[in-house]
Design a protein around this ligand. Structure first.
Ligand SMILES: NC(=O)c1ccc[n+]([C@@H]2O[C@H](COP(=O)([O-])OP(=O)(O)OC[C@H]3O[C@@H](n4cnc5c(N)ncnc54)[C@H](O)[C@@H]3O)[C@@H](O)[C@H]2O)c1
Length: 297
């Protein structure tokens, strides 16, 4: 099963990065957005990112100016932007990276199942929904995987490749090879909540919030403890502010609803209160910390 042509649906924060790493990996890519403005914005981000990367390669002496310009040109030429879904028909792999809404994703995969050639593989980049539900909606559950990239896609070196009970082994292998060709370390995971990374990370953030809520330690000391005691780039409360309190709460609500007996899935009271008050983290200027742009106050 050889993947040559890849469709990416949604050219936002994650989608534009997936388009770029796939093009860098040598795949022909159709970048699809329903909205022309959003498509132009996504393609513009890719062009900016490719130029920046080329500049860095020149600085490091890995490429001459001419080689860098040629690399940007050939990589960009691999990408075809489109607002016409019919352009996805003959893709070998279609990766969905639209907004995190299960009903919209299911309806999109229903449509794709009718449109895209039968041999194509479908993948979702969802962070929180069961892959099997979208796989069922697509009408081809045996040819469906999760491909969970990390933000920013161009820099983060991991992709989680998620299989359901119905995913054919050769489909899984082809998806894994695609992730590796995009320059990522690919890890395999079953279709379980949060896959590997978020299943470990979100309960860790929850425990930090619960410590703060109980008054066991201050937010600054909890963060310093994990940053300097474990060598993490930032502490858990700063991380929660970066991820967004609303995103964190939405993930937890889904898990608590589906797995009420799992003790690791808890919703701290302060998380609910802050979201209710519109304190969503760095993006709104306040979460567990106050923020001015990228700087904690
Ligand atoms: N943001 C993260 O850190 C992160 C990390 C891993 C996975 N994810 C997952 O990736 C997916 C995308 O997240 P994002 O942060 O890139 O969101 P985003 O809002 O930045 O981008 C979504 C894009 O999809 C487009 N879109 C929406 N509906 C569409 C449709 N029907 N057809 C075509 N395009 C459509 C929007 O115009 C937008 O450009 C979500 O499932 C999210 O859970 C996000």
């Amino acid at each position: 099963m050889q993947i040559k042509k890849v469709g990416v649906i949604g050219c936002g924060l994650m989608g534009h990065g997936i388009v770029q790493v796939a093009a860098q990996g040598g795949f022909q890519v159709v970048a699809f957005e329903a909205d022309a403005g959003a498509l132009q914005k996504g393609l513009g981000r890719i062009e900016g990112s490719l130029s920046k990367l080329a500049g860095k390669n020149v600085e490091k002496g890995k490429m001459t100016e001419d080689q860098a310009a040629e690399w940007v040109r050939t990589t960009r030429a691999q990408i075809h932007g489109s607002t016409d879904m019919a352009d996805l028909k003959d893709c070998d792999l279609v990766v969905e990276a639209i907004i995190e809404n299960l009903e919209i994703k299911k309806s999109l995969f229903g449509e794709l199942g009718q449109l895209v050639k039968d041999s194509a593989i479908f993948a979702s980049n969802t962070s929180s929904f069961p892959i099997r539900e979208m796989a069922q909606a697509s009408g081809r559950p045996d040819r469906f995987v999760g491909l969970h990239f990390f933000n920013p896609v161009q820099l983060m070196r991991l992709v989680e490749v998620v299989r359901t009970d119905k995913t054919q082994p050769e489909v899984f292998d082809a998806a894994r090879r695609f992730g590796e060709a995009c320059g990522k370390t690919a890890v395999a995971c079953k279709d379980t909540p949060g896959f590997v990374v978020n299943r470990l990370l979100v309960p860790y953030m929850v425990q930090a919030i619960l410590m703060l809520d109980r008054g066991d330690a201050s937010k600054e000391d909890i963060d310093a403890a994990m940053q300097f005691g474990c060598g993490y780039p930032m502490g858990p409360l700063t991380l929660t502010d970066y991820v967004g309190l609303d995103t964190t709460l939405a993930i937890l609500e889904g898990w608590v609803e589906n797995y009420p007996d799992e003790p690791a899935f808890k919703i701290p009271a302060s998380l609910r209160e802050k979201v209710r008050a519109g304190k969503l983290g760095r993006k709104t200027g306040e979460g567990y910390y106050k923020w001015e742009g990228d700087k904690k106050q």
